[in-house]
Design a protein around this ligand. Sequence first.
Ligand SMILES: O=C(O)CCC(=O)C(=O)O
Length: 273
Amino acid sequence: MFKIHKDVRRLTNEEKKQYIDCGYVKNLPVFSPDAAKDLHYFFEELSSRLPSEIDINKTNMWHKASKKFFNLCRTPEILDYVEDILGPNFVQWGGQFFHKEPHSGSIVPWHQDAQYWPLKPANAVTVWLAVYDTDIENGAMKVVSGSHKKGAGGFSHHTNDSKDYVLDQEVSLDQIDKKKIVHMDLKAGEISLHNDALLHGSDPNKSDRRRCGITMRFSPTNVKGDLNEWPFFETQLARGVDDYNLNPVALTPRGEATPIKRFCCSREFEKDW
Ligand SMILES: O=C(O)CCC(=O)C(=O)O
């Protein structure tokens, strides 16, 4: 889809060990620096479809709505890295943007993803693809290295409805080991991977530059979503075979639709394809 980075590769043994020990890996090359402008255009095109009152950070399920987004998530080089963590058989069930305009006060509070997700077993990998160069100045994601070892539910979350918060579940600062904070600086076209029990968040964008990441959520095929909590939960086989068949299967997008809310079933998009 976009030009692949000349140094694309598989995870090294050190990176696999780091994922187990620290809960994340970063700076994995996927798309060439020449593809940065194509990634920008991709983001601009998809985001421009939203009505002005809709915040793109409050939408999700782009992988079920948009064929272009779906195809991006099927980039073999991205799936290779995920396979190195999850093994040969895995599904995708989430896809969204985390965007901060220059000088945007938007904050992602410290949280564990598994706090939000009624999935068992909790063993999801998030791919965070940098659309723009991302660093401490423009609000890169930050993680607490090794915090995933406490497991899903290992930190207590409270609800915070602050208008600058993109998500509302927050872990208080006294639970954060500040010495272990790592900023996920990435070049456009690079990805990071993180574990669903890893504490992470992000600060406002203090720069004149945009900051945007595309997240893709993958789980092994033995995952089961609780449909009482998430009636819209559907999976798409991303690689290998699904011998478990534990979840409704999402339609593969045949065209371009646009999600205007966080949670949708794939059938809701069908009429626009
Ligand atoms: O991009 C961010 O700031 C946060 C992303 C995030 O929370 C996630 O990918 O789970």
